[in-house]
Design a protein around this ligand. Structure first.
Ligand code: GLC
Length: 609
């Protein structure tokens, strides 16, 4: 009697223990199939042959790499399910895991809910809110066919000159630890008895999370992106490692290595931190993925000695390589390194075991294709209301009235005539910031959402005249007496990563001059849309009646109007110290020299004291 292949295939039995499935499948795999699982490629090179001939185990999209302009979730699901069907056609039928930078909602996808960036969530101090955002994001991500979100970034921000400030929840390790609740939102809450460090994904409405970038990415010297974090191991343990402990306790399934260096050694090459600390000491049992071309940066010029880069990084502890284009070269060199013994079979098996473990835990073998019933969750009312709540709670009130006993906020929604002006008053793209629709972000009506101007018009009485000018005209400024008050909205244009490194931090687009010009003649509320603290000139501070840090609020601008008109109080607290001058950076809240303009944790409420 022929025993049916399936019945002896433990790995295909969804009721079998995960570790038994891992062991069984690994024992059936050839070296090419194992190396294929360690290879992650970008969607643009994901041909059918990549899966059937090279056994590729993972695909991602770069920020802005979309099926086509304004592709909807269903278009994404069609694309990813296409890749999946190719993978399932391979000899062992191992499903791919598809990852994307869903870092503030499913931000690549047109019509998705775009939540405030992490810096604003840090200002809320609300861990349960962040968990709920994770759960909502997971639904919208799965609706698009994606299994894996490269979030949360748990960088502990030490210098606002860093181009990735807004991806951090703040400067304080304790605050960042609290905000790691995103992991439980994205993956689901593990049961009490869950083994620390073992991956956990509750079900089809959840995604695999990826805590990043291990470790010390927010602590580089002068905030230089991908720079060097000069610190003792004790400082790493005190400042940069604690959020990872919290994520491991929540069963985070993957970790992404940092481009940055620790005391001169690139993290992607640091076996002590990647293997001895993260895997052996802290007990991480998921898999470690490189950053985009993170291996290439190990040689100068970049990628010149790729074989050396692979050997160094894989032996240091990288399990999956985000190649992401030259995968045939990667597979060739990797195969050569294993056959020559420079990378041991034990190291390959460890990496593949970890990858398979996450795929089994995530249910990808049972549910490899998209659950289309999730599509109605994309940009749904509940998620937009959640994002609106997050915007409200993220706003930090820095000044309210030139005289403390005469608060300027809340604004009179029935005022006769108000001026709304500034580069950021009516720009959804600016409101969302980087990692939205494209890598660096965009200007304009980039998706479905509400600008602050839209929200103000919706919120004021029907007898209130709202005058909007992106840049206040001379005529308007000359007829200033006709305005009850002005709302001036200025800030930073979108940016990402190294493009965002900035050592001046002045408000772009002549923001300070516009504020000073308007506030000098009309009672003015200034709202700052920025990924970090920026220089506040003395005239800005003196002349404005009120000043609000709104960070990068995302698509639900109504949340700002809710608070400035008094439907809700301000409750946000600074997640990062607000410096006086860039020459004083970096600030250290625990140093005697600490002399901020507004200290970490500062934030007024709008109820009269
Ligand atoms: C980027 C970022 C990382 C992101 C990855 C994939 O360069 O450093 O945060 O997840 O590449 O887009």
């Amino acid at each position: 009697m022929v025993v049916k292949e399936e019945s002896s295939c433990v790995y295909k039995n969804g009721d079998a223990p995960v570790e038994a499935r891992v062991k069984d499948l690994l024992s059936r795999m050839t070296l090419p199939e194992k190396i294929g699982q360690m290879t992650q490629i970008e969607r643009r090179v994901a041909s059918h042959a990549a899966f059937t001939d090279f056994f590729i185990g993972s695909v991602l999209n770069a920020g802005g790499s979309v099926p086509f302009e304004d592709a909807k979730s269903s278009d994404w699901a069609d694309m990813i399910d296409g890749f999946q069907r190719s993978a399932l056609a391979s000899r062992l039928g191992i499903p791919i895991i598809y990852g994307t930078d869903a870092v503030h909602g499913n931000n690549n996808v047109y019509g998705a809910t775009v939540f405030p960036h992490n810096i604003g969530l840090g200002a809320t101090r609300d861990a349960d809110l962040v968990r709920r955002i994770g759960a909502a994001t997971a639904l919208e991500v799965r609706a698009s066919g994606v299994h894996w979100a490269f979030a949360p970034c748990v960088a502990v921000l030490r210098d606002p000159r860093w181009g990735r400030c807004y991806e951090s929840y703040g400067e304080d390790p304790g605050l960042v630890c609290e905000m790691t609740s995103l992991v439980s939102g994205l993956q689901g809450v593990p049961p009490e008895e869950h083994l620390n460090g073992y991956p956990f994904v509750a079900g089809r409405n959840n995604v695999v999370a990826c805590v990043k970038h291990f470790v010390g990415d927010g602590g580089t010297d002068k905030g230089v992106n991908e720079g060097n974090t000069i610190a003792s191991y004790e400082d790493l343990e005190k400042i940069h490692i604690p959020p990872y402990l919290k994520c491991l306790a929540q069963g985070v399934s993957t970790v992404m290595a940092s481009y940055s260096s620790w005391n001169g050694t690139r993290l992607h090459a640091d076996r002590f931190l990647l293997t001895e600390v993260l895997k052996e000491k802290l007990g991480f049992k998921g898999f470690l993925v490189s950053d985009w071309e993170g291996l290439d940066r190990l040689s100068e010029p970049q990628g010149s000695n790729y074989r050396y880069c692979i050997k160094t990084a894989v032996n240091a502890g990288i399990d999956m390589v985000m190649v992401p284009f030259k995968y045939e070269q990667f597979i060739h060199d990797m195969t050569d390194l294993v056959e020559s013994g420079e990378i041991s079979m034990a190291r390959v098996n460890d990496a593949v075991e970890r990858i398979l473990r996450v795929k089994f835990v995530a249910g990808l073998f049972e549910y490899p294709l998209t659950d289309r019933s999730l599509l109605p969750t994309v940009g749904c009312k509940e998620h937009r209301e959640l994002a609106q709540e997050a915007v409200r709670k993220s706003l930090v009130l820095l000044k309210n009235g030139k005289n403390a006993d005469k608060p300027f906020l809340p604004l009179d929604r029935n005022a006769k005539r108000i001026l709304v002006t500034g580069s950021h008053a009516d720009d959804l793209g600016y409101q969302c910031g980087g990692w939205t629709k494209t890598w660096f972000g965009l200007s304009g009506r980039i998706t479905i959402g509400t600008t602050l101007l839209d929200a103000i018009k919706e919120s004021v009485g029907d007898k209130t005249e709202v005058i909007y000018e992106k840049t206040p005209s001379k005529e308007t400024l000359a007829s200033s007496e006709g305005f009850s008050y002005a709302v001036v909205v200025v800030g930073e244009p979108p940016y990402a990563e190294t493009m965002g490194d900035n050592s001046e931090l002045i408000i772009p687009f002549n923001g300070s001059d516009i504020v000073t010009a308007v506030a000098g003649i009309i009672p003015t509320l200034v709202i700052l849309i920025s990924g970090r603290p920026v220089v506040l000139e003395p005239t800005v501070l003196e002349k404005t009646e009120a000043l609000v840090a709104a960070w990068l609020p995302g698509t639900e601008g109504q949340g700002m109007a809710d608070v400035i008109f008094g439907d809700y109080d301000f409750q946000g607290k600074l997640p990062v110290s607000w410096f006086k001058r860039v020459e004083h950076l970096p600030l250290d809240a625990h140093a005697n020299s600490y002399d901020p303009l507004f200290p970490f944790g500062f934030g007024l409420t709008s109820k009269p004291v």
